[in-house]
Design a protein around this ligand. Sequence first.
Ligand code: SAM
Length: 257
Amino acid sequence: MFKYKKKLGQHFLRDKNIARKIVEIADIQENESVWEIGPGKGILTEELIRYKCDLTAFEIDKELIHTLQARFNKQVKLINQDILRTVWESFFPKGKIKIVSNLPYQITSPFLFKVASYSNKFSRIVIMIQKEVAQRLNAKVGTKEYGVLTLKMQYYFNIKYEFTVKPHLFNPPPKVDSAVIKLIPRINKPEIEDEPLFWKIIETSFRNRRKMLRNNLKTILSAEDLMKLSENFDLTLRGESLTESEFIKLYNLISIK
Ligand code: SAM
């Protein structure tokens, strides 16, 4: 009998219709390279192989790898590795890759940041994550969900919230709702010369959400620089009310000072 490993985020999807819907959103073409993260018992894998794609699946749990090997044999390249420790470059094909996954929730943030750092290698990413995180990724400016994660992921991707999935559709059921989202790399991504500075400004602006920009930014700018900046930018605003282009304006003013 298989014992679920909670620390590996093992909540297996039970509903084949949901699995089919997730894979449909990925719009997979024959021979296309697809990565599945955490195939588990293979409910998504089974749908994916119907599309005759070039499928590589990364599963950390050795016990599951044996079952998957017996079930899918040569139809899938099974890699028994932790996706966060895998050297991604060694698996990159010539063309672009699609990712399809019901992600183990505990790796969501580091996984998304890694995907973002290779965003030009992927053509589409369809993942199931916690609903609350999906809402943050998809948040609109001025809402309580809007923050650093929103700005970071929307900088690299166009994001679409597809649908919500209730806990009873998994075995064992997680405590919270899940959601399927689609990420497509932006073609019009803004060019930022000093990205570390750009992200530092954004992170500092959200350090204390209730504080005005002036108070948050004083941890990285001198009183004199803040004074000059206030002539061209309203520093009584809060980070949560600034769009990406307003943050770019703020960054430009700070970087040319
Ligand atoms: N795809 C299956 C499904 O939809 O039923 C399983 C999804 S389950 C939420 C997450 C899967 O990811 C589990 O099979 C777990 O063992 C695997 N996993 C957890 N951490 C991992 C990691 N760091 N790298 C690769 N696989 C991981």
